[in-house]
Write a protein that binds this ligand. Structure first.
Ligand code: DHB
Ligand code: FE
Length: 284
């Protein structure tokens, strides 16, 4: 059977992708951001995942106000980097895993979660920047990825509670897939940031670090935080953090297993207008 071995959490700041693509990673401003991912890249070389289930949000690249799926699973064989206005990022195309994705769709929909099935979709910085942070600049990404897009851009957005419960259904789905795959579940986006309006540039380091503490120790309690607290305390785009609860809900301890091991934690301000947070949890 497939097994979820770990979960990875990271911000997906687009300027981080641009810094990589334009060869600016050694500049002092960016070196501090990338230093938090040196451990992670080495860890990934050892972990050698077979598939990544990657929870992210689309930023009006694949979807627009015409179609707003709350939860969308990518079942295609491949996904191209999206053109977000400056041409697609010069990164490898993303290879999907249609069999696992279809199995997850079947299981999770029968478990009463409504998913939109997407057979064709470009993937934006929400998905490609985390891949770059964790794997650097390879010729090809080291494994297939199942993209899972969550609407956190256009209201109404799903609650943290819903995301946490969905993560539990995703765990059940992955661990009933009849192939011995090493699967990682990633939750991306965040941390505190607001990109527009009078509060643009808002950062709340204390709230962010408390979020990280609770994600590790008290995910059930954290999942009950209402969306308005994210917006008030972490800025309008801080709501992206509900996606981390999907990955956390997929860990073994939520289904009665032992607590995960914290193998890496990183927090840094600023990157662009954003606080960068990063966490890796392993199932024992
Ligand atoms: C920015 C955009 C994002 O989608 C995000 O999550 C963080 C920062 C930005 O434009 O700076
Ligand atoms: Fe974002």
């Amino acid at each position: 059977m497939a097994r979820i071995t770990s979960s990875v959490y990271t911000s997906h700041v687009p300027a981080v992708g641009a810094a990589l693509d334009l060869g600016k990673t050694a500049e002092p401003y960016w070196a501090k951001v990338f230093s938090g991912y040196e451990f992670s890249k080495e860890w990934e070389r050892q972990q050698r995942p077979d598939v990544i289930f990657l929870v992210y949000n689309d930023h009006a690249s694949a979807f627009s106000l015409e179609i707003i799926p709350t939860f969308a699973i990518g079942t295609a064989a491949e996904f191209n980097p999206a053109d977000e206005g400056w041409g697609p990022r010069p990164v490898p195309k993303v290879i999907g895993h249609p069999e696992l994705a279809s199995h997850i769709a079947q299981s999770v929909i029968q478990d009463d979660f409504d998913l939109t099935i997407v057979n064709r979709m470009d993937v934006d910085h929400g998905l490609t920047v985390p891949l770059s942070l964790m794997f650097g600049q390879p010729q090809a990404w080291p494994c297939p990825v199942v993209p899972f897009a969550v609407n956190v851009v256009q209201y109404p957005v799903p609650s943290g509670r819903r995301c946490f419960m969905l993560g539990q259904a995703i765990r059940k789905a992955i661990e009933s897939f009849d192939e011995p795959l090493n699967v990682q579940v990633w939750g991306t986006g965040g941390m505190s940031h607001q990109l527009q309006g009078p509060r643009a540039g808002l950062i709340n380091a204390e709230w962010d670090n408390r979020f990280l503490d609770r994600l590790i120790e008290d995910p059930d309690g954290l999942s009950k935080v209402p969306h308005i607290e994210y917006v008030r305390e972490a800025g309008s785009e801080g709501i992206e953090l509900v996606m981390w609860l999907i990955a956390r809900g997929a860990m073994s301890d939520i289904a009665g297993g032992p607590k995960p091991k914290v193998v890496h934690r990183f927090y840094h301000v600023p990157a662009s207008n954003t606080a960068v947070g990063h966490l890796i949890l392993e199932n024992p």
